[in-house]
Design a protein around this ligand. Structure first.
Ligand SMILES: [Zn+2]
Length: 232
């Protein structure tokens, strides 16, 4: 059995056992907000970003090795993999990279901390490293990178034209608040909180339209982030 299958099975078991850790999270729905289409795959979501000129960028590749939901959404948009300029990974956990087994031929960008997992689990190599302070441009959009190693060593958050993607660096509640993902899924919870404090400092004055979280639904604006950090 492939490693990602084992990890997915383990994660699913953990989700079942830890059930209430996930209670109260904002539900994930298939929706398009501005230039971002949310593609749910059960308990995790990936995103398709319109970067202009008919080109798309994926954020994360999902938990499904066949990438079925992502391929279906591309088809619904009248697009193919050839229209996807890049896949940007928020981190290397199995439920975010499994689809790379199918989404081949598209350049993959991630923090260098993800390189080993990519090679071991899906046989993929990085086309480029995501480095904080070095924005990358795809199509007409600039992607700013924030390294947040508390959840995992290669975790980043990504800001694209007012859309802020947290990956597993945070989650949203059905009350519209921010919280962490269940603590047993993160390497260093204290560092995770420090990462979020640091992010608020780095984003001071920045206007955020929507915040996206991999295991829960999006939140409008940045007030939930500011409130969470103010309470730490
Ligand atoms: Zn994760």
């Amino acid at each position: 059995m492939k490693m990602w299958v084992r990890r997915f099975a383990l994660l699913s078991l953990c989700v079942t056992l830890a059930g209430c850790d996930f209670c109260g999270l904002a539900p994930i729905e298939a929706e398009t907000i501005g230039f971002v289409t949310v593609v749910p795959q059960g308990f995790v979501s990936s995103y398709i970003l319109d970067v202009g000129g008919g080109k798309l960028v994926l954020i994360d590749a999902g938990s499904n090795a066949e990438a079925k939901e992502i391929c279906d959404e591309l088809e619904a948009k009248g697009k193919t993999l050839a229209d996807v300029e890049a896949i940007v990974l928020t981190h290397g956990h199995s439920d975010h990279i499994a689809g790379l087994e199918t989404l081949t031929g598209v350049p993959v960008y991630a923090h260098s901390g993800v390189t080993e997992q990519l090679g071991e689990e899906v046989g993929a190599a990085l086309a480029g490293e995501l480095v904080e302070g070095e924005p990358v441009t795809f199509g007409a959009r600039s992607f700013s990178i924030y390294h947040m190693p508390g959840h995992s060593p290669g975790s980043v958050s990504v800001l694209v034209d007012g859309m802020l993607f947290f990956g597993d660096n945070a989650a949203s509640t059905d009350q519209g608040d921010m919280r962490l993902v269940p603590e047993n899924f993160s390497d260093d919870v204290t560092r995770n909180k420090e990462d979020l404090e640091g992010l608020v400092g780095k984003l001071e004055g920045a206007s955020i339209d929507t915040m996206f979280f991999s295991h829960s639904g999006p939140l409008t604006g940045r007030s939930a982030l500011d409130a969470y950090v103010a309470d730490l």
